[in-house]
Design a binder for this molecule. Structure first.
Ligand code: ZN
Length: 196
């Protein structure tokens, strides 16, 4: 009788223990998933906090040596912004993106394009027919790779953004062919037209 009771108590305790283990495991899993989610969500902000030159409000020009950009930018942004690397078509995060908002320079936060000026291009890179304001980008002739093209650079920090072509849609007929990696997108807030 005594042993049966002891056995019952032992089984009961073990059951409770298993239940607690299960709950604890589920809690651990959920905490881990939540941490991972926050981490991936915060990647962009993390990059900006390590870049003291990034500002969506300061429009003063930046003239920094490449070594400084290398220190504050992610390797991917640095490769395009400072070393003029072109991302592979149809691979960037914005080539077919249709969200409403504003695109900023990923290196310095300068406003570049509104989503209203983005059009569905078949080239595989995000394409716009006009910039958000005069002076938001600058231009340079580019005769590399045996081609005669116009390079588009950020008007604030001089980052390489992409190229400008004359085969865009009305009303401008221009096609700003950009690299997704050097663009940041900020969605419009509800009830706000300009996302400010
Ligand atoms: Zn910039």
């Amino acid at each position: 009788m005594f042993y049966t009771m002891k056995l019952n108590v032992t089984v009961f305790v073990m059951k409770q223990f298993c239940f607690l283990l299960l709950v604890f495991g589920a809690l651990q899993f959920s905490l881990k998933a939540s941490a991972e989610k926050n981490q991936s969500h915060g990647t962009m902000e993390k990059q900006h906090t390590s870049n003291p030159y990034y500002s969506r409000t300061d429009t003063s020009k930046l003239n920094l040596p490449d070594a400084e950009w290398k220190r504050v930018l992610s390797p991917e942004v640095y490769a395009t912004a400072r070393q003029k690397k072109t991302e592979l078509s149809f691979t960037g995060k914005f080539w077919d993106y249709t969200g409403k908002g504003t695109y900023y320079c990923a290196a310095c936060g300068n406003a570049l394009f509104r989503s209203d000026a983005k059009f569905a291009s078949t080239c595989g890179w995000p394409s716009f027919f006009e910039v958000v304001r005069k002076g938001s980008v600058t231009y340079l002739p580019d005769r590399s790779f045996g081609m005669d093209r116009t390079e588009v650079l950020c008007g604030r920090c001089g980052a390489h953004l992409g190229h400008l072509f004359d085969d865009g849609p009305p009303p401008t007929g221009k096609r700003f062919c950009m690299n997704s990696v050097v663009l940041d997108f900020v969605a419009d807030r509800r009830g706000s037209k300009k996302g400010e």
